[in-house]
Design a protein around this ligand. Structure first.
Ligand code: GLN
Length: 269
């Protein structure tokens, strides 16, 4: 009888432990899980939206669209932000706004340059680009960059294209600088300029979307440049988080999906 009582109590005890292992699991899990990170409210992003297919106004909407816009919205989401607000500024106002803290990040087809690296942190490179130029269709004596001497060239203020254009000035080229890339192309259309120096993917998009009626691409790409997202030197943690989010988006296929959406091909590895 005593033996039976011992056996029974062992059985009851075992069942109790089993029950705790199943039903009680819920309670246990909650206790063990790390506290959910507090959702961050808002990521404030600056851009200059005259740079299709990277950033440009969406048709019939107040929103901006493009590869950069999709990418930064995905990055903000990946980082846990509830909201991603995009502000429109002049290209040359973006780095100062980063440094005064008015923006968290800036994305605007920014080429990673040594000079800019003195002022801000860049994320890891996210797009391979480079400079090129188009000339008006009726300009037939320009076959290479050298032939731009003596011509009128339009560029966008504060860009690598504008810096490159400076090299032509001593060769007798007239350089016209505009606040936006659209205005530089408009000058070409209006015959106020013979050529526009800008980023190759932007010029290709422009030609494909009406520009080829009055402009043509000439010569080979002038440079190889990498785009990066701009972050303040005062926010190294934010820069690390942006890179981590970019890594995650590359791993989970979002980056490739967005690249294919905007450029119709897979990114170069
Ligand atoms: N990639 C060029 C630069 O960084 C042009 C950028 C732009 O016009 N948005 O200067």
């Amino acid at each position: 009888m005593k033996k039976l009582t011992v056996l029974l109590s062992v059985l009851v005890l075992a069942m109790g432990i089993l029950a705790a292992g199943c039903g009680g699991g819920d309670k246990g899990d909650k206790k063990a899980a790390a506290p959910a990170p507090a959702a961050k409210e808002e990521l404030i992003v600056g851009t200059e939206p005259s740079f299709a297919p990277f950033e440009f106004p969406e048709k019939d909407s107040k929103e901006f669209t493009g590869f950069d816009m999709d990418l930064i919205r995905a990055i903000a989401k990946e980082m846990g932000y509830k909201k991603c607000t995009i502000k429109n500024m002049g290209f040359d106002a973006l780095i100062p706004a980063i440094n005064t803290g008015n923006l968290d990040v800036a994305i605007a087809g920014f080429t990673i340059t040594e000079e800019r690296k003195q002022q801000v942190i860049f994320s890891q490179p996210y797009y391979k680009s480079g400079l090129a130029f188009v000339v008006r269709k009726d300009v037939n004596d320009v076959k290479s960059f050298e032939d731009l001497k003596g011509k009128t060239v339009a560029v966008q203020l504060g860009t690598t294209g504008a810096l490159y254009g400076e090299k032509l000035k001593e060769k007798g080229t007239t350089l016209k600088t505009f606040n936006t890339s659209d205005l530089a192309c408009m000058e070409l259309k209006n015959k106020g300029a013979d050529a526009v120096i800008s980023d190759l993917p932007v010029l290709q998009y422009f030609l494909k979307n009406g520009g080829s009626e009055y402009a043509k691409l000439v010569g080979n790409p002038l440079t190889a440049e990498d785009y990066g997202i701009v972050i303040s030197k005062k926010k190294p943690e934010l820069a690390k988080d942006v890179d981590k989010a970019l890594d995650a988006l590359r791993k989970n296929g979002t980056y490739d999906k967005l690249y294919e959406k905007w450029f119709g091909k897979k990114p170069e590895k």
